[in-house]
Design a protein around this ligand. Sequence first.
Ligand SMILES: C[S@@+](CC[C@H](N)C(=O)[O-])C[C@H]1O[C@@H](n2cnc3c(N)ncnc32)[C@H](O)[C@@H]1O
Ligand SMILES: [Zn+2]
Length: 272
Amino acid sequence: MSIEAALDLLACPRCGSGLAVAPSGGGRALRCTREHSFDIARQGYVNLLEGPEPGNADTAAMLAARTRVHASGLFEPVADQIATHLVGRPRVLEVGSGTAYYLVRSLGDDDAGVGIALDVSKAAARLAARLDPRVSAVVADVWRTLPIADHCLDAVLCVFAPRNLAEFARVLRADGRLVVVTPKPEHLAGLRDRHGLLEVPAGKADQLAVAAAEFFEPLARTGLVRTREVDAALASDVIAMGPNAFHRVPQDVAGGNLVVAVDTQVFRPLPV
Ligand SMILES: C[S@@+](CC[C@H](N)C(=O)[O-])C[C@H]1O[C@@H](n2cnc3c(N)ncnc32)[C@H](O)[C@@H]1O
Ligand SMILES: [Zn+2]
């Protein structure tokens, strides 16, 4: 979509001032009051990363596999749970958004909703830019100052993605919500045992709760565990969409029972 819908929420990654759309060469760019300029790609996303894409950015092949997995409904209970926490919160940032599946689900049927899909992967931004007219896609690194204005968002969403808690607190309104989903150790059990996938370390949700206490007050924590039978094609896509794909996707993936097991935590910023 047009990046225009999110203009009030975006900030120059170099100086933090506001951005406006300006002509640039044959195309368009976002330009700040100090003349820093960032081209809007022909596919509709804007690259505010100012540097090379890191090695852990999702690839187009991983994103294609992730899209098929989401289309299968495997993660629908997770999306439903997230969406319940974001009702009536129209300005939402999803960090490490990948296919922006959870972001779009969270905007629901609110025509006035504005979603920003932020990912360090250009392939992800390309995909998110054409997903839903309410979504603006931005390439940026969650570990740097986010290219977002102070205290302007109703919600930040972070699902299986890196967390910069100080920055999440800076961009959220005083009554905003941070929703974070982390995998439990048994997440993707079945597949993990059959194919020796990377382990999920225990205690992720507890570690998040401890780290978040510096900036946030906890409001809710819900666990979700679902087992579903998946066929070989879906099982293969689940491997191909995740970090194991950076190493290798096994050839002989079999179907079987698959566990989806996550913790969802909701926080609100501490008063400043
Ligand atoms: C495991 S995927 C999760 C994607 C999506 N949230 C989902 O659950 O479908 C992690 C995502 O974080 C992105 N990512 C990794 N490092 C990042 C960083 N430093 N800044 C922004 N995004 C990052 C990857 O490109 C990838 O799309
Ligand atoms: Zn600037």
